[in-house]
Design a protein around this ligand. Structure first.
Ligand code: SF4
Length: 370
């Protein structure tokens, strides 16, 4: 396969464009240039089942499995083989094929998990990129309003991003340092480091990947990928069944509105704040769920990492760290965090969400009112 056509007059004009080499297209398949290049090859999905594209198919399957089974962990730890195939054509073509496979799996969780894994991969590659490449990607591909600065504040800042772009990407981040009130803001621009820019870009790329999957829509699955897709669907079904079976001991119908709402958000794969995660996990543990049962509920998060989640849940359960079993935050604390539903109107003046369940005889008497 050839390099992108840099010899055409149009190509010559673009030689200055930092994103046009085959390496850049393969690294960043979400760029317009990468999409145009792949389209220009006029290879349809059916053809990718031919033996000469076997490596492309293998790489596409790897990308899907990396997302569904490992949540992009191999990318996150910087595993070079996982991040890029040595054959740049294989790497580049595997992206649209993997997108197609995920569209064919036709499962929201799979799509979200794939979007996240691909965005993590991009973030890791971007973090090791030259400044000028990062800026072109951020401005020209993702549309960030970004400018170069030189500012020494609590640290050295090289960049500033318009606050609207900053808020669009960072508003769902939980860590305090991302809150706008904790940032240096001047004339509408927020100072950020290169690493922070890569994180903001990840968020935007994740959204882009999901849009591409949705745009593919319903597909007729080519025969060569039917077995793999069936296998992936079966794994997803087994996982859902395991979650339902584990969680069936206690019905969310008996939970207070605030916990039902948090549970529903998790089931939809939405991300919760640190506090909301803590409140729900401590509630579930206090109503008698085991660590494994709580873990299975958190498995719906697209960024689920079993090792980290298990550690955090065991910590709340008092099995790690200070060995203190945490009780569920009180209703007034829940209100402060905006998590109480309808000001508690549906709960009859209780002081702790556990009391709601206790009235139904589902929680032991030693549980605190908090
Ligand atoms: S009153 Fe308490 S239990 Fe009821 S929704 Fe509000 S925080 Fe939850």
């Amino acid at each position: 396969m050839k390099e992108p056509c840099l010899n055409t007059p149009q190509g010559q004009n673009r030689t200055m464009n930092l994103l046009l080499s085959l390496e850049m297209l393969a690294k960043y398949p979400f760029t317009r240039a990468a999409k145009e290049y792949v389209s220009s090859l006029r290879i349809d999905v059916e053809s990718l089942g031919a033996p000469e594209f076997a490596r492309v198919y293998e790489r596409a399957k790897f990308r899907v499995e990396e997302a569904l089974e490992r949540g992009g962990r191999s990318y996150e730890v910087g595993d070079a083989k996982a991040l890029m195939d040595r054959d740049l054509d294989v790497e580049l073509l595997s992206f649209p094929l993997a997108l197609f496979i995920v569209a064919a799996i036709d499962d929201d969780y799979a799509s979200r998990r794939f979007g996240l894994a691909e965005a993590i991969r991009a973030e890791v590659l971007i973090s090791n990129e030259r400044s000028e490449v990062i800026e072109v990607l951020a401005k020209e591909e993702l549309g960030f309003d970004l400018k170069k600065v030189k500012k020494r504040l609590n640290k050295d800042y090289e960049l500033a991003i318009h606050f609207t772009d900053y808020l669009r990407e960072a508003s769902k981040f939980n860590a305090k340092e991302w809150k706008l009130v904790n940032r240096y803001l001047e004339n509408g621009y927020v100072y950020i480091t290169r690493r922070e820019l890569a994180r903001l870009m990840r968020s935007s790329i994740e959204r882009y990947v999901l849009t591409r999957i949705k745009a593919i829509g319903n597909v007729r699955t080519p025969e060569f990928m039917q077995e793999f897709i069936k296998e992936q669907k079966e794994k997803m079904l087994a996982r859902k069944y395991r979650i339902e079976r584990l969680a069936s001991g206690i019905s969310p119908d008996t939970w207070p509105p605030c916990m039902r709402a948090l549970h529903q958000s998790l089931m939809k794969g939405e991300s919760l704040s640190h506090f909301a995660n803590f409140a729900l996990a401590s509630f579930l543990l206090n109503v008698g769920m085991s660590v494994d049962e709580v873990l299975s509920i958190y498995a719906n998060r697209s960024d689920f990492d079993e090792r980290i989640a298990r550690y955090q849940i065991e910590h709340i359960a008092g099995m790690k760290g200070s060995r203190t079993k945490y009780t569920t935050p009180s209703c007034s604390t829940m209100q402060t965090h905006g998590l109480c539903i309808e000001g508690g109107r549906l709960c009859g003046g209780i002081k702790n969400p556990l009391s709601y369940v206790r009235r139904l005889g589902r929680v032991g008497p030693k549980d605190s009112e908090g």
